[in-house]
Design a protein around this ligand. Structure first.
Ligand SMILES: CC(C)(COP(=O)(O)OP(=O)(O)OC[C@H]1O[C@@H](n2cnc3c(N)ncnc32)[C@H](O)[C@@H]1OP(=O)(O)O)[C@@H](O)C(=O)NCCC(=O)NCCS
Length: 345
């Protein structure tokens, strides 16, 4: 029997309205636009306003994705939300999103740091390939600004908030995830960590005051790790898909640092016009970064039906993941976008 593939039929994203520039940060900490731009490529990021949560951002992105796909929440068979900054430690944010959308299917939160969306996408594909489910919503959403320690300039300047969503639907056509790598090396756990607030070190007045309930990162170690794993993971995923870097139409890397993205593109010999970069406008939005970049590329008409996308991410764990994702030939929402663009040009 033919194994069903996954077609990407809908997408949507939520970027908070509040723009925080490097100069804004320089007002509250000892940093400068020049330092942040040259080290990371970031110019500005978005911070969610009071009253906005990871669940609300996810719901907004998911509603857009449903609309694009011409589907309703009732059509969903499963909801996967990748987030490391859920509204609560428990309940899982996935159930809040399920309820908020008015869906009645199962829902699960996938916590794999910045790598979470690629893990979730690959997981969704497995449920479709087995025939268990037909239509799956996959979201990456993070609200990290409320977790930042503004006294730790080396980490605080890098992160931002946002959410991106896609809908995968079973199809007989050969598309979806053609090759993937999921990696983890817990030996590097301390390099990106929120030390307190969990079971190992429950929250207390002391650890809150010491900034231990905020995210801490060893930037240099993460930089070395990222440049080591990104190219290798992508080559492995490409070889599984029996493709080469020349077959990639668009490279959509995790948006943590422009220098890391450029290094990965060089390793694969990919020209920068085949690479999506929006880290300058959003900073590192963790699990939201790959879907935000993917959705913007889809909206901008940078992606055509049948295109082969290379997604790669790395982050806390330490973890990494790569997926070679081929779009189907029949994506009504993409055709509409493209026609609209042609007529408005
Ligand atoms: C964080 C990062 C931008 C720092 O760049 P770097 O070139 O490694 O800079 P360093 O950490 O060596 O710091 C250099 C100096 O700048 C200072 N500095 C750190 N943050 C600063 C800031 N925001 N503004 C001004 N100076 C800063 C440091 O104190 C250090 O000063 P010193 O040499 O006097 O001690 C870089 O390491 C990085 O991007 N790492 C990867 C992070 C990442 O991808 N995370 C993703 C997790 S999913």
């Amino acid at each position: 029997m033919h194994t069903p593939s996954s077609n990407l039929v809908g997408w949507g994203y939520y970027a908070p309205e509040r723009v925080v520039t490097n100069d804004d940060l320089a007002q509250v900490m000892d940093t400068s636009d020049e330092w942040i731009r040259t080290r990371s490529g970031i110019r500005e990021r978005r911070y969610a306003s009071d009253g906005v949560h990871t669940s609300t951002m996810s719901i907004a992105a998911a509603q857009q994705a449903l609309e694009k796909a011409n589907l309703s929440a009732d059509d969903l068979d499963l909801i996967l939300i990748s987030s490391s900054s859920p509204d609560y430690l428990t309940p899982p944010v996935s159930s809040q999103v399920q309820h908020g959308l008015g869906a009645s299917c199962g829902a699960m939160q996938i916590v794999v740091g910045c790598t979470g969306f690629v893990y979730a996408l690959v997981t969704a594909q497995q449920f479709i390939a087995t025939g268990a489910y037909q239509t799956i919503l996959v979201v990456g959403a993070e609200l990290i600004s409320r977790w930042l320690n503004f006294e730790d300039r080396s980490t605080a300047v890098l992160f931002g908030d946002g959410a991106g969503a896609v809908i995968l639907q079973a199809t007989e056509e050969k598309c979806g995830v053609l090759g993937h790598v999921l990696g983890s090396d817990g030996a590097g756990a301390e390099h990106i960590i929120v030390p307190a607030g969990g079971i190992a070190e429950p929250p207390s007045a002391e650890n809150v005051a010491a900034g231990r309930t905020s995210i801490k990162m060893n930037g240099r170690e993460v930089f070395k790790f990222a440049t080591r794993v990104m190219g290798r993971a992508l080559m492995e995923a490409l070889s599984q898909a029996q493709l080469s870097p020349d077959d990639i139409d668009l490279f959509i890397p995790h948006q943590a640092n422009a220098r890391i993205i450029e290094y990965a593109a060089q390793q694969l010999n990919l020209p920068m016009d085949k690479v999506v970069v929006n880290v300058d406008r959003y900073g590192n939005t963790s699990a939201a970064s790959v879907p935000l970049a993917l959705c913007e590329a889809l909206d901008a008409g940078r992606v055509r039906p049948g295109d082969t996308l290379a997604l790669v991410a790395f982050g806390a764990g330490l973890t990494w993941a790569a997926a070679i994702f081929q779009l189907g030939l029949h994506i009504p929402a993409l055709q509409t976008t493209t026609e609209e663009e042609i007529f408005s040009a």
